[in-house]
Design a protein around this ligand. Structure first.
Ligand SMILES: [Zn+2]
Ligand SMILES: [Zn+2]
Length: 382
């Protein structure tokens, strides 16, 4: 943390042996110079400078910290600041800053006393986004489909235009926090002061108070509603694709735009087809004779059936390809392929004649079968 940090005396532009009055004077001048409210063209840099001089002041204005710093450098005070180094939470000279800036009216600027950008609690805010998980079949994904979904969400109250105040009235700036939505609590702790910043209890952090709430929405500015929203699912849409319905989310706050609705697609598992991107995979059985002699077999496709040629001598696990019989491509024209993985079925329940033919087949190939006739049969008593 101490790496690359400038020397605190150098930061404040004072000699090593400077007294507390010099330290104070220098800090006052530099803090004023670098407060972001006075440096609109160079906000980022001034925020950093302001923090840097405040950190130097935090150490050098405190006898104990200064001693540690003089002896060990930045290492000596890194303990007091912890892992993160100096943050405004470590700053204990809040009252010095307050004294310094009270005459300059900085409290109402774009930045707070610490040089941090203020967030306006009264600013319009975009509504939250919503997520809707939808399951569709592989067939629907292949064709593309229109679906209607019922979405429970909030919409802006039409009576008060989302302000929450009764028609003809308007929300008032909260007198307790002057519209900031925050209150400061100052506690003395030894020589320093501990400042905690909390949510204003009078307005619950909103910065505004509604004296006459709108009866239609009870002052919330929003109404709960279930809307039927129709979703067009394009052909070829795959698992996990997010479709955005602009403005289908929660109502905005204080006149902000509504959030979006995101429909996340899940494709149901198909009993026959396995999907691999734009391609489909199918398993099919071949008879022993078909596999050996070759021919044409009929296979199921997503939209019906198709015939595929099986070459003579096809082995189990051979994969046959049917070009253009897969899924439609989601982002471009055309379709993927259908791959058929074949399995050669060993014939069962043979007739005597079939057995005889197979034996002859084996003999023809010079094969010694080693059949054990009647091995599993019980000896029959005569
Ligand atoms: Zn209302
Ligand atoms: Zn308030």
């Amino acid at each position: 943390m101490a790496d690359g940090k400038r020397d605190y005396y150098e930061v404040l532009g004072i000699p090593k042996g400077a007294g507390i009055d010099d330290i104070k004077r220098s800090y006052r001048a530099l803090a004023k110079k670098h407060h972001p409210d006075l440096n609109k063209d160079n906000i980022k840099e001034s925020e950093e400078k302001f923090k840097e001089v405040s950190e130097a002041y935090e150490v050098l204005a405190d006898d104990q910290k200064r001693k540690l710093y003089d002896q060990y450098g930045h290492q000596g005070v890194s303990q007091t600041f912890g892992e993160q180094g100096f943050t405004w939470d470590n700053f204990t000279h809040f009252s010095d800053l307050e004294d310094m800036f009270s005459d300059f009216g900085f409290f109402s600027g774009q930045f707070d006393l610490f040089g941090r950008r203020r967030t306006d609690p009264n600013a319009p805010r975009k509504g939250d986004d919503l997520r809707y998980d939808m399951e569709i079949s592989l067939e629907d994904s292949a064709r593309g489909v229109d679906r209607e979904v019922e979405v429970p969400h909030t919409v802006g109250c039409p009576e008060c235009s989302g302000t929450g105040a009764e028609k003809g009235s308007a929300p008032k700036t909260c007198p307790r926090c002057s519209g900031t939505g925050q209150t400061r609590n100052v506690r003395s702790q030894g020589y320093s002061q501990l400042i905690t910043i909390g949510e204003c209890s009078a307005c619950r952090g909103r910065g505004q108070i509604i004296e006459r709430p709108c009866r239609n929405c009870r002052g919330s500015g929003r109404l709960a509603r279930r809307d039927r929203i129709s979703i067009t699912i394009p052909a070829g849409a795959d698992n996990g694709i997010r479709l955005r319905v602009s403005g289908g989310g929660e109502a905005g706050v204080r006149g902000g735009p509504p959030g979006n609705l995101y429909v996340v697609l899940h494709i149901r598992r198909h009993p026959r087809f396995q999907r691999e991107g734009d391609d489909l995979l199918l398993s099919s059985e071949l008879s022993y004779a078909q596999a050996a002699l070759g021919g044409e077999i009929e296979v199921q496709t997503l939209d019906g059936t198709a015939r595929v040629t099986v070459p003579a001598g096809t082995q189990t696990h051979t994969v046959l390809r049917l070009a253009g019989k897969g899924m439609p491509r989601f982002d471009r024209a055309g379709r993927g392929d259908l791959f058929v993985r074949v399995r050669v079925a060993t014939p069962q329940g043979l007739s005597e004649r079939q057995k005889e033919l197979l034996r002859e087949f084996a003999r023809e190939g010079g094969e010694e079968l080693g059949e054990k006739k009647g091995f599993f049969k019980r000896p029959v008593k005569k």
